[in-house]
Design a protein around this ligand. Structure first.
Ligand SMILES: NC(=O)c1ccc[n+]([C@@H]2O[C@H](COP(=O)([O-])OP(=O)(O)OC[C@H]3O[C@@H](n4cnc5c(N)ncnc54)[C@H](OP(=O)(O)O)[C@@H]3O)[C@@H](O)[C@H]2O)c1
Length: 288
């Protein structure tokens, strides 16, 4: 199977690298050409200048894009080419949008899966991220080996949209949890504890410690907000959860609060930086 990749951002670039290692990737496209040129220099995989050209030369097309609007515009632009092709969208977008797009792909003779990822680019590099798959179960075996090349943790969840709902369950918890880590960190510092002591509690001693506290508390401590997962993406995911929650008629009071914190972090200039920067709002808005 010839695999093509659309989107060479933080995550797409690593997905591409894993596919190259497995000898599967035949062509790439990225809106900003420089990233495709860089990928070509590093891995010697040809790049094309339109999404349509990726689809024409591939059997399976992976998309890893920012948000609903990027995925929608890309899928709509390739509909004439999707007959007999399989699209795997790994972006985190609204399940509702994804289901709409998969129906359009189906009407045009193709198949689409949602396959969002739990885990940062660091985990993806080690093939340790989790891929949650939604789409037709009878076609899953055709893409299994491709997803296995990207990560060793591939889980089939259910029909279209279900991979994304599972991913949103994770990001609801993650968004609330990291904002709580920021609040707890700032509370400890203002009480007079040393940075190292607060970090030790959150990373080693706390009954609520986790892989996420291990990853994010050092960033808070060192004010190192180099991007693993951008604040704007966490804000986007919590907004998706809010829209879905309204449709499902479930209450999500913690998500509502966390969403405001990430918006505040964006207003402070941390939109493109790591979402652990949310700790800065607790520092900034606590009166001295
Ligand atoms: N980073 C993480 O740790 C992580 C973890 C799990 C899931 N995710 C999810 O994975 C997705 C990608 O994340 P990322 O961190 O890789 O984001 P990113 O670095 O911002 O990359 C976004 C990609 O989307 C492309 N793009 C954006 N708008 C577009 C449009 N209108 N048309 C065509 N291409 C467009 C960008 O192209 P340009 O290069 O031209 O801007 C780039 O290739 C997001 O949905 C995110 O929520 C990320």
């Amino acid at each position: 199977m010839k695999v093509g990749l659309i989107g060479l951002g933080v995550m797409g670039y690593r997905i591409g690298a894993n596919l190259v290692k497995a000898g599967l990737l035949k062509v790439v496209y990225n809106r900003t050409k420089e990233k495709a040129e860089k990928f070509n220099r590093e891995f010697n995989v040809p790049y094309v200048t339109t999404s349509q050209d990726v689809v024409k030369t591939s059997d399976v097309i992976i998309t890893m894009l920012s948000d609903d609007s990027a995925v929608t515009s890309t899928i709509l632009s390739i509909l004439n080419e999707v007959k007999g092709k399989i699209i795997i969208d790994m972006s985190t977008i609204s399940p509702t949008t994804s289901i709409e797009m998969s129906n359009k792909v189906k009407e045009n003779g193709g198949v689409m899966f949602d396959a969002p990822v739990i885990g940062t680019s660091v985990l993806l590099e080690k093939r340790k991220a989790v891929i949650l798959v939604g789409g037709p179960e009878d076609k899953f075996s055709e893409i299994r080996s491709i997803l296995d090349a990207i990560s060793e943790n591939v889980v089939y969840i259910g029909e279209n949209g279900m991979g994304l709902y599972a991913k949103l369950v994770n990001n609801l918890l993650l968004g609330v949890y990291v904002s709580a880590l920021g609040e707890a960190y700032n509370f400890g510092i203002r009480a007079g504890l040393k940075k190292e002591q607060v970090a030790k509690v959150l990373i080693e001693l706390s009954s609520a410690r986790s892989p996420t506290s291990e990853l994010k508390v050092p960033k808070m401590m060192n004010e190192d907000y180099t991007t693993q997962f951008a604040t704007k993406h966490m804000r986007k995911d919590l907004e998706i959860i809010e829209r879905e929650a309204q449709k499902l008629k479930v209450i999500t009071p913690l998500t509502v609060h966390a969403l405001q914190y990430y918006k505040m972090a964006e207003a402070l200039g941390f939109s493109e930086l790591d979402f652990s920067s949310v700790v800065e709002i607790f520092k900034k808005f606590s009166p001295s």
